[in-house]
Design a protein around this ligand. Structure first.
Ligand SMILES: [Zn+2]
Length: 105
């Protein structure tokens, strides 16, 4: 398994949603790939943070994305085409994806 395959499997792996063989393949890759281990750890932490957030704030299920987008539009720093802003956007996108996945359960 290469990193590309491993990456697509990390999230379901984390949630114990993979068939046993696939999980074993991911585990084998993780054992020898630090980059993917770090990614997995990051996914895990983001998941924990998000669940904590959701539990505390009871975010309403609809219209959240547009609210987040509106809030982001108010932050000029995020609109500036700087490397840091780009990173922020990526983090937000990742958070959004994880959040949607958490909701889909
Ligand atoms: Zn890897």
């Amino acid at each position: 398994m290469d990193c590309q395959n491993a990456k697509t499997g990390l999230s379901p792996y984390l949630d114990s949603e993979l068939p046993r063989e696939d999980a074993a393949a991911i585990a084998a890759h993780l054992a020898q790939c630090e980059r993917c281990r770090l990614l997995l750890e990051e996914l895990r932490l983001v998941g924990i943070a998000l669940r904590a957030q959701l539990a505390t704030h009871r975010i309403p299920p609809f219209g959240v994305r547009s609210k987040v987008r509106a809030a982001l539009a108010l932050l000029p720093a995020l609109r500036a085409p700087r490397a840091s802003a780009w990173r922020s956007r990526r983090i937000w996108r990742r958070l959004g994806r994880t959040w949607l996945r958490a909701r889909a359960r």
